[in-house]
Design a protein around this ligand. Structure first.
Ligand SMILES: O=C(O)CCC(=O)C(=O)O
Length: 205
């Protein structure tokens, strides 16, 4: 498995149906630079409760299919080669195909992502998502839907891959909170398998 010979054992989060592969990408620093340069980063706006709100991060969508959430329609776009290569590595890791990726750039500790599940209808009833971190480490929290006090926290650092199984989206929400601790830029790539139709979004924070 090119570039995926694990030097650290995977960490299984059974309750959350997720597996963390720490430092799985040996070339994480070079990948950070390559992805940073290749991606057409934009500050998208969400429509929440009828209001247009700029997202607290930069993002870009690449995929074979369009994607819609929170009033945002992301058109399909050709893959930069660095993302196409990472897609293959994540498919090998997760054992499922992916046809799209949401790239997020957290420029510093003020950028964040609020509680949500990746459970849009276009992802189907049993989504598997591979989440790649490049650059700075950030806290990643999970809380159980319907029992929000039940939370766990992990750190996601450069080169880590978190593979989230279906129950992780169906039963849990996740977030990347803001931090006052000085922190450098972090790229996150979530590889997904979307359907070919344009669905209505369900629950994204
Ligand atoms: O940055 C992360 O680790 C999470 C990103 C995320 O939740 C998403 O793209 O849906």
């Amino acid at each position: 498995m090119a570039g995926l010979a694990l030097s650290l054992p995977p960490v299984r989060l059974e309750a959350q149906d997720a597996t963390l592969y720490p430092a799985a990408l040996k070339d994480a620093e070079a990948l950070f630079d390559a992805v940073m340069a290749a991606v057409d980063w934009r500050r998208e706006e969400l429509t929440l409760y009828g209001r247009r709100i700029p997202q607290p991060r930069l993002s870009a969508w690449y995929g074979d299919a369009a994607y819609a959430y929170s009033g945002l329609l992301l058109a399909p776009r050709p893959w930069p080669s660095v993302l196409a290569n990472l897609r293959g590595r994540c498919e090998e890791m997760a054992g499922v195909p992916f046809n799209s990726v949401l790239a997020n750039l957290y420029r510093d500790g003020r950028d964040s992502m609020d509680w949500h599940s990746d459970d849009e209808a276009s992802l189907g009833p049993a989504p598997v998502i591979a989440s790649v971190t490049l650059g700075a480490s950030r806290r990643f929290l999970l809380r159980r839907k319907g029992a929000k006090a039940e939370k766990i926290e992990i750190g996601l650092g450069g080169g880590d891959i978190l593979v989230m199984g279906p129950r992780c989206q169906v039963q849990w929400q996740h977030r990347v909170p803001k931090t006052r601790t000085p922190v450098g830029p972090r790229i996150n790539l979530t590889f997904r398998l979307c359907g070919q139709t344009l669905p209505q979004s369900r629950s994204r924070g």
